[in-house]
Design a protein around this ligand. Structure first.
Ligand code: XCC
Ligand code: SF4
Length: 655
């Protein structure tokens, strides 16, 4: 069945009007979307939802009966604990591998650039190159950029292998944190190594102790956050520029009725940066005019979009659940994809229009799409070819079917840690002072995806709004950033939505209360900031008044992020249940046991009001631990909607 309203009205599926209009258009035109397919999948498998199914070998597949009546062991003898832990470990390895392989692609292109073998790229931030190189032990004085870049490439390549005791950037974590990782045996040694070891351990008959498996799962996550993702972020900054605050726009209204529209979707900035450059090429702009368009309009989706927005201010069409809807506008000449989070369904949806789907990574082909393999050596030329294909599709557009809904919303991006510290005058001191004074209670990273099981963006927006109202600074990445952008939370004027303390700080600095820190690999930036704050205060990360949240997560990458954020000492609230509830032991470890091990835990709370309340209590208890003025956590939440500044006088106690 396609195009029906078996899911209920569009406004129950997404909170945004642009998306609602497109869902209705899809239904009118008989086009199937993610929400229809989710309905078709009901009921989804209960064993899998609990993590209790295993198909790791051919004696299986096996499942454990959660009610204790049916089988309690797989054919090999694995119980619920082992099966749930193994499944979670593999999920984290898949997520970590995705980020890290993206990092490798950037690193290889960076190596090509260092050797003079990449076209269309340059070292955009030589200062950062020399800073990172010196940090990992490369000699930088009296040496050319190329020499330094080549040596840096070699050092970081080794981080992927098996020859290290610890990854290069792990040295950025506070010493106390590193000592804790060492004591637990979870210091990440090699990026690929930890991922491979996780696959090995979860083969039948290897690691049959769920605690041991989960500890390695944390190490696998750490290899992502302080390894692959961090390499992706840092080298992208060196090659494409370290982001600085920039204004842009967001939602489907960024498409133009009279221009060639190209949407860049996926995660890797190598290609999208080259496309942005090609779209300004006078010959291609002239070609667009010759086919009747007024110009070439590049827009972003998901994290490729975040990369372009952070560095170039390129407008953002939407987040994960917008990827089909942008096609349904009928106004897109091409959707150019690299990898990750790209639904195979876009090829089917695009067939209903004139839109070309252009895949570019040999790792990520889509049957029915046009494949233009991207190689950094010929980056500029390939980008031109892709833009040309899009321009040539413009005459096929059926203008009668085009519907571009709504007006774009302004949003600010570009808050790299360098930019945040820059805005603070070069040190964390003003932020620490504001936190110590209590005008800012703490900081929360709201990150992650959309998931069609929840109304699109509702949880992101509700949670963030409650946090900023209570003087908690919010840092956002990935699809959470786009959600907040659409909601108008990411302009300096949004300071008016914040509590009085946060509002005053934002107004003094001219920044929004919700800061766009970048794509999902850029969650590594948040780790760098946490380390800087902890070092400045002389404490460990788990003592900071901070938390993480992934309200609408769906992807394996999000689980890897959660693993390294928690292993780094930041308690993280998930809005969607992970498939672990088939093992009370695993749940107990993740929700409680980890507290004494890494000083942070996972919390599952789908209700954004309750999640906000939990986070506020958590932050106040961390403030108390640091001897800062705090509201007694127990006094919060008598009314879920209350804001800190409305807490009765007397609830606040001095240090
Ligand atoms: Fe993907 Fe990064 Fe999730 Fe969005 S937030 S759906 S992972 S694009 Ni990373
Ligand atoms: Fe079944 Fe064990 Fe094989 Fe998993 S590894 S499929 S539980 S026999």
């Amino acid at each position: 069945m396609s195009g029906t309203s078996k899911n209920g009205p569009a406004k129950s599926l997404t909170i945004h009007q642009d998306a609602q209009i497109m869902i209705d258009k899809a239904r009118e035109e008989g086009i199937t979307t993610v929400w229809d397919r989710l309905a078709d999948q009901q009921p989804q498998c209960g064993y899998c939802a609990l993590g209790l199914s295993c198909r790791n070998c051919a004696m299986g597949p096996c499942r454990i009966d959660p009610f204790g009546e049916g089988p309690q062991k797989g054919v090999c003898g694995a119980d619920a604990d082992v099966i749930v832990a193994r499944n979670l470990g593999r999920t984290i390895a898949a997520g970590s591998s995705s980020h890290s392989d993206h990092g490798r692609d950037i690193l290889e292109a960076f190596g090509d650039l260092a050797r003079g073998q990449a076209t269309g790229y340059r070292i955009a931030d030589e200062g950062k190159l020399r800073r990172i190189a010196a940090e990992v032990g490369v000699v930088t004085e009296h040496r050319t950029v190329e020499e330094v870049a080549t040596d840096l490439t070699n050092v970081l390549q080794e981080d992927y292998g098996t020859r290290r005791g610890s990854l290069s950037f792990v040295a950025r974590a506070p010493e106390v944190r590193r000592a804790r990782w060492d004591a637990l045996g979870i210091t990440p040694r090699g990026i690929d190594r930890e991922n491979v070891e996780m696959l090995h351990r979860t083969h039948m008959g290897v690691d049959n102790d769920y605690v041991n498996t989960l500890l390695h799962a944390l190490r696998t996550g750490l290899a992502d956050g302080w390894g692959g993702s961090m390499i992706a972020t840092e080298l992208s900054d060196v090659m494409f520029g370290t982001p600085t605050p920039v204004m842009s726009e967001v939602n489907l209204g960024v498409l133009k009725t009279d221009q060639v529209n190209i949407a860049m979707h996926g995660h890797n900035p190598l290609l999208s940066d080259a496309i942005c450059t090609a779209a300004e090429d006078p010959q291609l702009v002239e070609l667009a005019r010759s086919v009747g368009a007024k110009g070439i309009n590049i827009v972003g989706l998901c994290c490729t979009g975040n990369e372009m927005l952070m560095r170039r201010g390129v407008p953002m069409a939407g987040n994960h659940l917008t990827q089909e809807l942008v096609l349904i506008t009928g106004a897109l000449e091409a959707m150019v994809v690299d990898y990750q989070c790209i639904m195979p369904s876009i090829v089917d949806v695009a067939k209903c229009y004139h839109t070309k789907i252009i895949s570019t990574s040999d790792k990520a082909k889509f049957t029915g799409a046009t494949h233009v393999p991207f190689e950094p050596e010929h980056g500029a030329k390939i980008a031109e070819e892709i833009v040309r294909i899009a321009v040539e599709a413009y005459p096929n557009r059926n203008h009668g079917r085009v519907r571009i809904p709504g007006q774009p919303v302004k949003m600010m991006g570009g808050f790299s840690i360098e930019a945040i510290l820059g805005a603070l005058g070069g040190t964390p001191k003003p932020l620490v002072d504001a936190i110590a004074a209590g005008s800012i209670r703490g900081a929360v990273a709201v990150v992650g995806c959309n998931n069609p099981k929840l109304p699109q963006d509702l949880e992101h927006i509700e949670l963030t709004r409650r946090l900023i109202e209570n003087d908690i600074l919010v840092l956002v990445t990935g699809c959470a950033a786009v959600a907040n952008g659409k909601a108008g939370h990411m302009v300096p004027d949004a300071a008016a939505m914040a509590g009085p303390g946060l509002r005053a700080v934002c107004e003094a600095l001219g920044i929004p209360p919700v800061l766009h820190v970048g794509s999902c690999v850029d969650n590594s930036r948040i780790m760098v900031l946490m380390a800087a704050l902890a070092d400045y205060l002389g404490v460990d990360i788990d003592q900071l008044p901070v938390a993480g949240a992934a309200p609408e997560w769906y992807s394996e990458k999000a689980v890897a992020i959660g693993a390294y954020v928690v292993a780094s000492g930041v308690t993280t609230v998930l809005g969607v249940q992970p498939p672990v509830f088939g093992s009370p032991h695993v749940v107990g470890l993740l929700a409680n046991g980890l507290e004494s091990v890494v000083g942070a835990t996972f919390v599952v709370e789908p209700d954004p009001a309750k999640a906000a309340l939990f986070i506020r209590r958590h932050i106040e208890s961390k403030r108390r631990g640091l001897g800062l003025s705090c509201f007694e956590p127990e006094t919060l939440g008598i009314d879920d909607n209350e804001s800190a500044h409305t807490v009765p006088v007397g609830a606040a106690v001095g240090a």
